[in-house]
Design a protein around this ligand. Structure first.
Ligand SMILES: Cc1cc2nc3c(=O)[nH]c(=O)nc-3n(C[C@H](O)[C@H](O)[C@H](O)COP(=O)(O)OP(=O)(O)OC[C@H]3O[C@@H](n4cnc5c(N)ncnc54)[C@H](O)[C@@H]3O)c2cc1C
Length: 493
């Protein structure tokens, strides 16, 4: 079997298929595995923007059982923080604690007049922490009996979904009378105000259950652990193999062709590469049904990212691991004007910087990915100048907020949405696929396509919300469906 893409989704699909007795090969276009779950080294500093937290890191939520099928947790040291993010705005601050009760007290400190919406919100987080997420079988494999039993087994989850799915974070923020609370609530997930409240409550619920750890070593270590497992199970990875075409015979996928002309025959092909690349380029747009087309036209994706990574020769004791702070001056980037930044102060992991020094990772989320891609393609000089100008504003902002930064910067590295696209092909530079908006959240997306047998879509684009645990779950679903099509009993050992 051939798997396109060596991100966490592709490697996980490989693991589950190997567990079930299939011989698999992962073809990755890059020079290393991991996809967007990546870090890079510059002069002793490691810059890691992905893997902030791993949903299911502890057995206080049921998704841990899923992760433990794949991950030997004795190989990962997990670190926990009390604060998810500290939001600073208009002279005030809001510590978003990883615990419903503490979060409630913090919100009451800021907006005592908003007791009603604060308690409703934090009670929802407490409830979400106790909701098991069904993952044992993909919905596509449900029997009539499974469908009938589902509402009884999952009535609390369904009730919760019905209540919170249709409301966006922006809608809920408008319930607060306190203007500062209203603004800062939007920055719990900065620039994601169009997400469904369901997604926010579930994420904070898992954090409240303290199943939200950070694996020390970050993205590199996480990828390494999954890759090791894949290889132990007998899987093979070929790097620098960009798949350009799926070979189809009698309506079934029978292999792939790569950009270098190499050809791999296969009885099943799984793509865990970007969805647009898969459907429009590799499959040439031939297998898109009306539903998928509507999805492409109408659904929102996670915004694209600029990542400004700084190696700073000082420590930042006592700071929150992640902050959202206002920029000292707005940055115009095409259609979008950035007014705030998210700063990750990576002093929680000694492997990310030399002793006494700190890696700072700054994210600016922008929906205008095209601005950066066009600049890079058509005007390299201006592209470089714009990157430098963004970095200058970010450094000035950090100087104003923390002091003693400007003269201590040893490394400055700017990745734009064009960089993410170049390295991983991700559509619109979106770092986590389809956004969990009211329209999308809770929907099962198609993993197979009409007129094409033996081809499956795995990876973050097959589930709104993506994420590490999300793509592992999808990989499991796809392996399950392949076993079912083959009349094999699915196993996870
Ligand atoms: C900044 C950032 C922060 C994040 N934070 C978190 C977090 O805290 N917690 C969390 O759970 N998730 C987080 N995520 C999301 C999570 O990392 C992703 O959802 C997940 O890693 C996606 O994995 P994937 O395999 O589906 O996709 P990708 O990582 O996109 O992998 C796809 C792979 O396919 C390869 N590919 C593409 N086209 C081809 C082709 N034609 N031929 C061969 N190979 C191809 C790409 O090079 C890539 O390696 C974050 C992501 C980012 C970027």
């Amino acid at each position: 079997m051939t798997i396109i893409g060596g991100g966490i989704g592709g490697l996980s699909a490989g693991c589950y298929l190997q567990m079930n007795g299939y011989d698999t090969r992962v073809l990755e276009m890059g020079h290393m595995c991991g996809g967007v779950c990546v870090s890079w080294k510059r002069r002793g500093y490691v810059f890691d923007g992905a893997t902030n937290w791993l949903p299911g890191s502890a057995d206080t939520i049921n998704l841990h059982t899923l992760l433990a099928e794949l991950i030997d947790f004795s190989k990962l040291k997990i670190k926990y923080s009390d604060i998810f993010i500290r939001v600073e705005h208009d002279g005030g601050y809001f510590n978003v604690y990883n615990g419903a009760r503490k979060l409630r007290d913090e919100m009451m400190r800021i907006a005592p007049e908003d007791r009603g919406p604060i308690e409703e919100f934090t009670n929802a987080i407490t409830a979400a922490a106790k909701l098991p997420i069904p993952f044992e079988k993909p919905p596509e494999a449900y029997s009539i009996a499974d469908f009938l039993a589902f509402p009884f087994k999952n009535y609390r989850l369904i009730r919760f979904l019905m209540k919170w799915r249709g409301m966006t974070i922006g809608d809920y923020a408008r319930r607060f009378r306190n203007p500062r609370m209203r603004e800062m609530f939007l920055q719990i997930f900065p620039h994601h105000e169009f997400f469904s409240m369901f997604a926010l409550c579930i994420a904070l619920g898992w954090m409240s259950a303290r199943s939200d750890g950070y694996p020390l070593g970050g993205s590199a270590r996480f990828t390494e652990v999954i890759l090791e497992r894949y290889r132990e199970l007998g899987g093979v990875v070929d790097l620098n193999k960009r798949v350009t075409e799926v070979l189809v015979h009698d309506g079934a996928a029978r292999g792939v062709v790569c950009a270098d002309g190499s050809r791999y025959d296969a009885d099943v092909v799984v793509s865990s590469a970007d969805v647009r690349e898969t459907l429009m380029e590799i499959l040439g747009g031939r297998y898109i049904d009306a539903r998928t087309r509507r999805q492409f036209e109408n659904w929102d994706v996670y915004p694209s990212l600029l990542q400004i990574s700084l190696g700073v020769a000082r420590t930042f004791e006592g700071e929150a691991p992640k902050l959202n702070i206002p920029l000292c001056r707005p940055i115009r980037m095409g259609e979008f004007e950035a007014r705030d930044i998210m700063v990750r102060v990576c002093n929680f992991d000694p492997s990310l910087s030399p002793p006494g020094k700190t890696s700072l990772v700054v994210h600016i989320r922008t929906p205008d990915y095209a601005y950066w891609c066009d600049l890079r393609e058509n005007n390299t000089r201006r592209y470089r100048a714009e990157k430098e100008s963004v970095a200058d504003t970010v450094i000035d902002t950090l100087e104003r907020r923390f002091g003693r930064v400007k003269n201590k910067v040893e490394v400055c590295d700017v990745a734009t949405p064009a960089t993410f696209v170049r390295y991983t092909n991700i559509w619109k530079g979106s770092y986590q696929g389809w956004a969990p908006t009211p329209r999308a959240v809770g929907r099962t997306l198609t993993k197979t396509f009409p007129g094409l047998k033996d081809f499956y879509l795995a990876g973050m684009w097959a589930w709104p919300g993506g994420g590490l645990t999300g793509v592992i779950r999808l990989a499991r679903d796809v392996a399950y469906l392949i076993c079912r099509a083959d009349n094999r009993q699915f196993t996870t050992t």
